[in-house]
Design a protein around this ligand. Structure first.
Ligand SMILES: Cc1cc2nc3c(=O)[nH]c(=O)nc-3n(C[C@H](O)[C@H](O)[C@H](O)COP(=O)(O)OP(=O)(O)OC[C@H]3O[C@@H](n4cnc5c(N)ncnc54)[C@H](O)[C@@H]3O)c2cc1C
Length: 450
């Protein structure tokens, strides 16, 4: 059986290869998810020649190829993420909102278009279908190049500054950075989930399975799925209403799957797709209001909650959430709390509240240091692969925060490239001015929570 651990396997020696340097830019962003797209646009708007490399054929990561249609904690962030929200609104694609109006659903296909339009207007050079597979450092321990593979073969890209927005911390790891993964004692990670889009159902007829409080609709939906013959592997199955006849479904949990093992991810994807089809078929078999329910698409990429957390010059910790940390150089205020999905199927398969010991969290700030790699120079991180511990990551991983972290990293990388210095040497006053220039909201200017 193929696994991610190749240590014990026989090997072959490949021919030495000369890799062409296809481009030299100011800022190279790897990964085009919520963090990457905001990083690239922010860098380009801050005057940097910017290239974005993405393995899939669309921008957005979990927002689009992952088929999530629900943005959490984007309110009050300013900058690119606020413009994305405005663009969705203007195109009629920002849909139903949470009770307090801060979180919202959106139309995934319009999101793809908005992101490409904004990237193109900002002058970001895009390369799709291209995977980052290696990196080189110079004699000063500075990241010198990124190597990719694609239909164009093996290519090298050089830059003044690099940003790892791969979610799983691929670039940081390839560059030689230390990282953390999962729980400190076991390495166990949160489950993956394959998301899908459903149609053939109508909001008015299934309202009590969708809205009105956090737990009740999910418990009702789970009971309905069980009545249809299948108990979902995610104990709190959720329907996100995008339009009155279009919904996103999250009903699957794949436990104990490593984000670093392609065979495990493949097996999980196959299992998950079969499960969500079974659940939908079971509902259809119940008759009205489910008699016409159809799955119109499942994610091209199973949703990965956890990958590597690259070690940075500051590590966000559980204590930051409990005390509501503030920092002189804070660049993002997170208001979403702990969110650890069950790590195995032994309990209720929903959210694991026991792991935090029932401790509440307060809004807290993330400083720029957690976006700057500790072990290799010239490398920043944004999104879920920044430097933090297991519990802190369960909070700041949501996409509103990932996007805000991205735009802060993009500005810092662009300014550092322009000044020919490292991001850690960038004066805070310069970064602050640069962030204000793209409309980014700084936490220290926000009102304290009452
Ligand atoms: C099932 C699930 C449900 C969630 N629910 C919510 C929710 O309701 N609301 C919310 O706001 N957040 C939610 N989250 C959290 C959130 O989606 C993620 O933490 C978020 O995706 C972080 O953004 P990112 O840009 O860091 O990573 P990603 O979205 O994972 O983007 C990484 C990008 O990098 C690309 N990439 C990866 N490796 C390479 C490589 N080697 N070379 C080139 N490109 C590469 C990927 O294709 C992808 O486009 C959920 C997550 C999951 C998995």
């Amino acid at each position: 059986m193929a696994t991610g651990d190749h240590n014990q396997m026989p090997t072959i020696t490949e021919a030495h290869c000369e890799t062409p340097i296809v481009e030299d830019v100011d800022v190279l962003v790897c990964g085009g998810g919520p963090a990457g797209i905001c990083a690239a646009i922010a860098a380009a708007r801050s005057g940097a020649r910017t290239r974005l490399l993405e393995v899939h054929g669309a921008l957005g990561g979990i927002w689009t190829v992952g088929m999530l249609a629900w943005i959490i904690d984007a309110a009050d962030k300013g900058g690119i993420i606020s413009e994305i929200v405005d663009q969705l609104e203007q195109r009629g694609a920002r849909r139903f909102r949470s009770d307090k109006g801060r979180d919202f659903a959106y139309d995934i296909e319009i999101m793809k278009l908005v992101l490409e339009d904004m990237a193109s207007e900002a002058g970001v050079q895009l390369r799709y279908h291209t995977r980052v597979v290696a990196a080189t450092r110079d004699s000063n321990n500075r990241l010198a190049s990124v190597i990719t593979e694609s239909k164009s073969g093996r290519e090298a890209w050089t830059a003044r500054q690099f940003i790892d927005c791969t979610g799983d911390g691929d670039l940081g790891s390839l560059a030689g950075c230390g990282f953390d993964l999962g729980l400190p004692d076991t390495g166990r990670c949160q489950p993956m989930s394959l998301l899908c889009l459903l149609t053939g159902i109508h909001f008015k007829e299934i309202e009590h399975f969708v809205g009105g409080g956090w737990a009740k609709p999910k418990d009702l939906l789970r009971a309905e799925m069980e009545r249809g013959g299948h108990s979902p592997s995610y104990g709190k199955p959720t329907l996100f209403r995008i339009r009155d006849d279009l919904f996103c479904l999250m009903a699957n949990h794949e436990y104990g799957v490593s984000a670093l093992d392609a065979q495990q991810i493949t097996d999980a994807t196959v299992r998950a797709r079969a499960e969500i089809h079974r659940l939908v078929d079971g509902l259809r078999g119940l008759g009205d209001p489910w008699s016409d329910i159809r799955m119109v698409a499942s994610g091209a990429q199973i949703g990965v909650r956890e990958g590597r957390r690259i070690r940075g010059r500051y590590q966000v910790t559980v204590d930051d959430l409990i005390t509501g940390a503030r920092h002189e150089q804070g660049i993002c205020r997170c208001t979403f709390g702990f969110d650890v999905h069950a790590l195995d199927s032994s309990a209720d398969k929903g959210i694991d509240h026991s792991i935090t010991g029932g401790k509440p969290s307060l809004p807290y700030d993330i400083p720029i240091g957690s976006l700057i790699a500790k072990d290799v120079d010239g490398l920043m991180m944004a999104g879920r692969c920044i430097s933090g511990d297991f519990l802190a990551h369960s909070s700041y991983r949501v996409t509103g925060d990932a996007a805000a972290l991205g735009q802060a990293a993009g500005v810092a990388a662009a300014l550092a490239a322009k000044a020919a210095i490292l991001p850690q040497d960038l004066p805070w006053s310069d970064l602050r001015t640069g962030l204000e220039a793209i409309g980014h909201s700084l936490p220290r200017d926000m009102p304290l929570p009452s």
